[in-house]
Design a protein around this ligand. Structure first.
Ligand SMILES: [Zn+2]
Length: 358
């Protein structure tokens, strides 16, 4: 028995059942909500306008939530400007990007939790790392793009980094050949954004890359691949066929809730780590959906301390598949992302929440 509780960020990422986790998550999120009300004047104003927030939430579903779109419209931060250590921007191709600020403690906590989650999947050793991108994407240290931030965030999980692409996204054959010659006999880590990995695969000559012990992590959404009618099964089949890569994990997360990553298990299910959770809401009435019923994803995380991003309504559709009973054996909630909301639906969703709040 543990009493008093340690924070969920100190727990092994996949060690708690729903019954063990939920009361602790609720208590931490209520405390965090109070912290942001005290330290972010705009958040407090938004909160006061939400009828739900007048009483103490009795369940995760009753916690107040912000539309992720609000981070594009407003500067929401719970630390003074002089303590901002790092600023992150979302990757939106149109309009204003989200702006997320981290102080030193928040940045350190985010790294710590990310490492613990990734070590679960990769092991504790730093592996030689192949990055499916070009080195220019991380060069601008002042304004991290989402792609740059993603690579930077994962780069310290590996060693002897090799960038597989040139600036024009063609394959850097020389670098790739050298990497394969040195490391193809042993385990390696490969990371790239889903669409970049697909582009890379499509350019490879037969037999050019054979990395049978590689673990490939990829993220960034399926939108571009869905346009080409490529799904997860085909993506994995092509990795195996072209490069002999068998272990592939997609993961889901967003700049607005950095550090909370949901990694795909061997069964193809995204798992919630101890310090994060997902809820799914029906966009007609914002009530919670039953397991198996698709709706809009809401993300909960105990990590955001420097900005009020602990409970966010996303613009992604998803479905909870189950809880504590995934055949892979990991306890906790597991789910699938079904893609972006249609633009009108996303606007409606944001308008509803914004109107409620402002
Ligand atoms: Zn699983």
């Amino acid at each position: 028995m543990q009493a008093p509780w340690q924070p969920l960020t100190d727990e092994p990422p996949y060690g708690l059942t729903a019954q063990q986790k939920t009361p602790r998550l609720l208590a931490e999120l209520i405390a965090l909500n109070g912290h942001h009300q005290t330290h972010c004047a705009l958040y407090q104003r938004l909160q006061q306008a939400l009828p739900l927030c007048q009483q103490q939430p009795g369940s995760l579903a009753e916690l107040p939530y912000l539309s992720v779109r609000l981070f594009k419209q407003f500067t929401l931060q719970s630390v003074p400007d002089n303590q901002v250590f790092k600023t992150l921007y979302s990757s939106g191709t149109t309009g204003q990007p989200s702006r997320i600020v981290l102080d030193k403690d928040a940045a350190a906590l985010q790294s710590k939790v990310l490492v613990r989650i990734m070590q679960h999947w990769l092991g504790k050793d730093r592996l030689p790392m192949l990055i499916i991108d070009h080195p220019g994407v991380v060069k601008d240290r002042n304004s991290f793009s989402a792609r740059g931030a993603g690579i930077q965030g994962l780069a310290f999980m590996g060693r002897n980094h090799c960038y597989a692409l040139n600036e024009d996204l063609s394959v850097n054959t020389e670098a790739l050949t050298e990497f394969c010659q040195r490391y193809s006999e042993g385990p390696v880590l490969i990371f790239g954004f889903t669409f970049m990995v697909w582009q890379w695969l499509s350019q490879l000559a037969a037999g050019q890359v054979q990395l049978p012990q590689a673990i490939l992590l990829h993220s960034g959404g399926w939108k571009k691949l869905q346009a080409q009618a490529v799904g997860n099964a085909e993506f994995k089949a092509k990795l195996a066929q072209v490069a002999a890569i068998q272990r592939v994990h997609n993961f889901y997360g967003m700049v607005e809730q950095i550090g909370a990553v949901f990694v795909e298990c061997e069964q193809g299910h995204l798992h919630c780590p101890a310090s994060a959770d997902v809820l799914v809401r029906n966009p007609q009435n914002w009530q919670l959906c039953a397991h198996g019923e698709p709706g809009v994803l809401q993300l909960l995380s105990t990590l955001p301390r420097s900005y009020p991003g602990h409970s966010l309504l996303t613009e992604d559709r998803g479905v909870i598949i189950g809880e504590d009973n995934c055949p892979c054996g990991r306890p906790g909630k597991y789910f699938q992302v079904l893609g972006r909301l249609a633009l009108a639906e996303a606007r409606g969703c944001s308008d509803t929440v914004t109107a409620q709040a402002v």
